[in-house]
Design a protein around this ligand. Structure first.
Ligand code: PEP
Length: 255
């Protein structure tokens, strides 16, 4: 597989952290540290931080995303935010299907698919998360499971739209736990995801799709994970809140 065919992308997922003032400061601290990155750099932040983060990131190479969106355009969905609302603010990316949404908020493969379609229709780019739980890995079904999650999430998505989708392989047992997949495990599953995309859309689209790894990626382990042929970047939780660590991961991805 030729890594040069696709974009390497490092995306931070701030989760439910940082108020708007803290968010502005964090982007201002990150910006100079990643200014020379030779990869795409994204920060995905809480909705209430978007205004400040967009303003702080303006004119820099730091792109901005949200952490979720609803599939309806508007209506009686108290507490939800639509893809169109994000687009109207000039948000560029949205994370969809994060395991914390699946685990705590009843997200299913079907609602992930609805959200992916809505985000693309609104003109957003999507970071689609898939990954297995520990018992599923122990049962030996990881690759089948992520293939199924990927296929359902991409139902009804055109070849053309695949240009606007990044897939993040995030083993649930590795998220926020300090347990990282080995670089071999990460590469094996990333390759399985790429092959699933190739089955659906053909080899050229599979080869061109960015497949990230996420799950306790940090300044110390990033270089080895990112050196794998099918690991095209990372989705970073905890370490994305620490400017120096995030910058170290960005520079590992820039090699
Ligand atoms: C994430 O939230 O997507 C994530 C990978 O978190 P962490 O890096 O903290 O494991």
């Amino acid at each position: 597989m030729n890594k040069a065919l696709r974009k390497v992308v490092i995306a931070g997922n701030w989760k439910m952290n940082k108020n708007p003032d803290e968010a502005k400061k964090l982007v201002e601290d990150i910006k100079p540290l990643v200014a020379n990155a030779n990869c795409d750099v994204i920060v995905c932040v809480p909705y209430v931080d978007l205004t400040n983060v967009l303003a702080a990131a303006a004119g820099s190479n730091v792109k901005v995303g949200a952490e979720n969106c609803h599939w309806e355009v508007s209506g009686a969905y108290t507490g939800e935010i639509s893809a169109q609302m994000l687009k109207s603010m000039n948000v560029e990316y949205v994370i969809i299907g994060h395991s914390e949404r699946r685990q705590y908020f009843g997200e299913t493969d079907v609602t992930v698919n609805l959200r992916v379609k809505a985000a693309l229709a609104a003109g957003l780019k999507v970071i689609l998360c898939v990954g297995e739980r520990l018992e599923q890995r122990e049962q030996g079904v990881t690759c089948e499971l992520v293939a199924m999650q990927t296929k359902i999430a991409l139902g009804g998505i055109s070849d053309e739209d695949m240009k606007n989708i990044i897939i993040a392989y995030e083993p649930v047992w590795a998220i926020g736990t300090g347990k990282t997949a080995t670089s071999e495990q990460a590469n094996e599953v990333n390759l399985a995801i790429r092959e699933t995309v190739a089955q659906l859309y053909g080899k050229a689209v599979g080869d061109a799709t960015t497949v990230q790894y996420g799950g306790s990626m940090n300044a110390a382990n990033a270089a080895e994970l990112l050196a794998q042929p099918d690991v095209d970047g990372g989705l970073i939780g905890g370490a994305s809140l620490k400017p120096a660590d995030f910058a170290t991961i960005v520079s590992a991805a820039s090699k």
